[in-house]
Design a binder for this molecule. Structure first.
Ligand code: HH2
Length: 285
């Protein structure tokens, strides 16, 4: 567990002593679960309002799908997708905004538009991304990915997946600290489904308590992903909601502090029940 009581998202504190809900808002034509639905800024804003009303703590806006096989999007196209939405959200909603991007140019523009978190599926591996992260005051989510979206699911291979993912995350966190980021602006994420087979994902999920003990809040994103579909007997994306909420609850119980989800109301409800009934996770003292 982190040794500090809050995460600093560009001056906005978020508590780290309870699981927070990060709502997914993809303004892309091709995301695996909500692609094409919120490309229009008005539709995106409407959906965002609903997710905030349902209890989202963070809105994670993405303009480039990272699903397996996805092709990269040019910088200007990604900016054109996300900036109008970020600006409208910032003007209207009282919630921490996160930008889901690996491009330093998009990070920079999003910081200027007031985002409180940079969420990089590439784990700040680009030195320019790291420099942008260090120049702002937003929190940073370092996610592990083996390879790149276009080819990452072809043949993922590890000796010891848990050890290798942990080593990468701790190393990137140390690099950010060396550039002056305080610990309370860093979040770690093992990156479920990013260059991982089902067995790799299961090993990482079972290791969540040890990953949560690395000294930074842990983010877990399994919502509607293929690991849920496979475990349920190859269910289509539209029928993975209950499985996703169940996995989010187990992640919370294992120490995850940010749950990245599509189904906000359902996840918030489940967390309320967990808090009320689960003496192990929420024992005082
Ligand atoms: N998963 C996705 C995208 N961004 N960021 C973090 N930190 N952790 C994740 O697990 C994660 C992420 C993929 O999900 P989604 O955004 O729904 O799909 P797509 O990449 O197709 O837009």
């Amino acid at each position: 567990m982190p040794a500090y009581p809050f995460l600093d998202c560009a001056g906005r504190p978020l508590p780290t002593d309870r699981p927070l809900v990060m709502a997914v808002l993809n303004v892309t034509p091709d995301s695996f679960s909500d692609g094409g639905r919120y490309v229009n800024p008005r539709a995106a804003l409407e959906h965002a309002r609903g997710m905030v009303a349902a209890g989202a703590d963070i809105l994670d806006v993405g303009g480039e799908s990272t699903r397996p096989g996805a092709e990269p999007v040019p910088i200007q196209e990604e900016l054109d997708r996300v900036m109008p939405v970020l600006e409208a959200l910032h003007a209207e909603l009282d919630v921490v905004l996160s930008i889901d991007t690996s491009k330093p140019e998009v990070m920079q523009a999003a910081l200027e538009a007031g985002v409180g978190m940079l969420n990089d599926v590439n784990g700040l591996r680009s030195p320019r991304a790291m420099a942008v992260a260090a120049s702002g005051s937003a929190a940073v989510c370092v996610m592990h990915m083996q390879g790149e979206p276009r080819s990452m699911q072809r043949r993922p291979q590890y000796g010891d997946v848990v050890a290798e993912v942990a080593e990468f995350l701790v190393g990137q966190a140390a690099a950010l600290r060396a550039r002056g980021l305080p610990a309370n602006r860093i979040v770690l994420d093992p990156g479920f489904g990013f260059g991982k087979t089902l067995e790799h994902n299961l090993a990482l999920f079972r290791a969540l308590p040890s990953l949560a003990a690395l000294g930074y809040p842990l983010l877990v994103g399994v919502s509607r992903k293929s690991m849920i579909g496979t475990l349920l007997g190859d269910r289509p994306v539209s029928e993975r909601r209950v499985g996703s909420v169940a996995a989010a609850l187990l992640a919370a119980r294992a120490g995850a502090r940010i749950l990245r989800v599509h189904d906000v109301r359902e996840t918030v409800d489940a967390l309320i029940i967990l808090r009320a009934l689960d003496i192990d996770t929420f024992r005082e003292g």
